[in-house]
Write a protein that binds this ligand. Structure first.
Ligand code: ZN
Length: 52
């Protein structure tokens, strides 16, 4: 199982937006606000993140 690591900077693979604050809720909000995602699940978030 992939483990979400909130300690690492994350980059959105859709638009390249990098999240420095490392909070999952922040990235979820990014997906909802910028990409119109709804009901974003953790495994989907993981698939859309590139750990830098
Ligand atoms: Zn994005």
């Amino acid at each position: 199982m992939d483990v979400y690591d909130a300690k690492q900077p994350q980059t959105c693979l859709i638009c390249g937006f990098t999240i420095d604050h490392n909070k999952q809720g922040r990235f979820t909000s990014h997906l909802k606000n910028e990409h119109n995602f709804t009901n974003v699940k953790k495994r989907i978030i993981n698939a859309l993140l590139a750990t830098t």
